[in-house]
Design a protein around this ligand. Structure first.
Ligand SMILES: C[S@@+](CC[C@H](N)C(=O)[O-])C[C@H]1O[C@@H](n2cnc3c(N)ncnc32)[C@H](O)[C@@H]1O
Length: 220
C-alpha cells in the first residue's frame, strides 16, 4: 500500500534540498504508513494533532489525498519543523508546525491524534504518560493512530533497532532508541483510557517490525 493515487515525485519536489527531497520520495514510495493513516482517518473530519511530525510528511500526504480538516504538527527537532514550515508556507499555508517536546506536555487539542514512529525514543514511563495525554485529546468519534516498532523475538525487531541506531549515528535523528512497546501493553494503556481499537502488523515492503494501532473514542 504505497501511494498509487498521488504524484509522489511532485510532492517530494516541494522540499527545498536534495536530501529531504530524496528521503520523502523513498518514504512515500516504499512505506505503507501514510496511506494507512489516511484509511484509518477516513470518515472523520476532526482536527488532527500529529505528535513527532518530523518534516510534516503525514500532513502533506493527507492534504494531498483530499483531507480538509485542520492539522497541527509538533516535533522537538527545530530543523525539521523549519523544513516543514517552509514547504507549508509555499504549498499548504493552513498547516501548522511547531517546535515542542512531547515529553513536556501536549498542546490543547480535541479531535484525532497521530503518533508515528516516535515512541521508541522514550522510556516506558514517558511512553505511558504520552499515550495517556494523547488519548485525553481524542474527542468522541476521533481516532488515535499510532505506528511503532514493537518488541518481539526475531530478525524484524533486530533490524528495526539497527535502523533506529543508524539514524541516530548519522544524526538524522536527535536521539537513539530507548525502548519499544509490545502490542499487549499498548492496547492495555489505550483501553484503560476509554479507547477501543485494533493493532496489526504494518510491514508493507519494509523489513521492519512496525505495527499500526487504530483506536477510537466511542460516541456516547
Ligand atoms: C522516525 S521520525 C518520524 C517522523 C514522522 N512522524 C513521520 O512519520 O513522518 C521520529 C520523529 O520523532 C521526533 N521526536 C522524537 N522524540 C520526540 C519528542 N520527545 N518530542 C517531539 N518529537 C520527538 C523526532 O525529532 C523525529 O522527527
Amino acid at each position: 500500500m504505497s501511494a498509487p493515487q498521488l504524484d509522489i515525485r511532485k510532492l517530494a519536489n516541494r522540499f527545498p534540498r536534495w536530501n529531504p527531497r530524496y528521503y520523502t520520495l523513498c518514504k512515500f514510495a516504499t512505506d505503507p504508513l501514510y496511506e494507512a493513516v489516511f484509511a484509518a482517518l477516513a470518515g472523520t473530519n476532526l482536527p488532527l494533532l500529529d505528535i513527532g511530525c518530523g518534516m510534516g510528511l503525514n500532513s502533506f500526504y493527507l492534504r494531498e489525498r483530499g483531507c480538509t480538516f485542520a492539522m497541527r504538527g509538533i516535533d522537538y527537532d527545530a530543523s525539521k519543523i523549519e523544513v516543514a514550515s517552509k514547504v507549508a508556507a509555499a504549498h499548504a499555508p493552513d498547516l501548522v508546525f511547531e517546535t515542542s517536546d512531547a515529553r513536556s506536555g501536549l498542546p490543547e487539542h480535541a479531535g484525532s491524534v497521530t503518533i508515528l514512529d516516535i515512541l521508541q525514543y522514550m522510556s516506558a514511563d514517558a511512553q505511558n504518560a504520552l499515550l495517556r495525554e494523547a488519548a485525553a485529546r481524542v474527542a468522541a468519534g476521533g481516532k488515535l493512530v499510532i505506528r511503532t516498532g514493537m518488541q518481539a523475538p526475531g530478525w524484524r525487531f533486530q533490524l528495526t533497532r539497527i535502523a533506529d541506531w543508524f539514524a541516530a549515528c548519522c544524526f538524522w535523528m536527535k536521539a537513539a532508541p530507548v525502548t519499544y512497546p509490545s502490542p499487549g501493553t499498548l492496547a492495555a494503556t489505550l483501553e484503560s483510557c476509554g479507547l477501543r481499537g485494533t493493532i496489526r502488523p504494518l510491514w508493507g515492503r519494509t523489513p521492519f517490525n512496525n505495527w499500526l494501532a487504530v483506536f477510537e473514542r466511542p460516541r456516547p
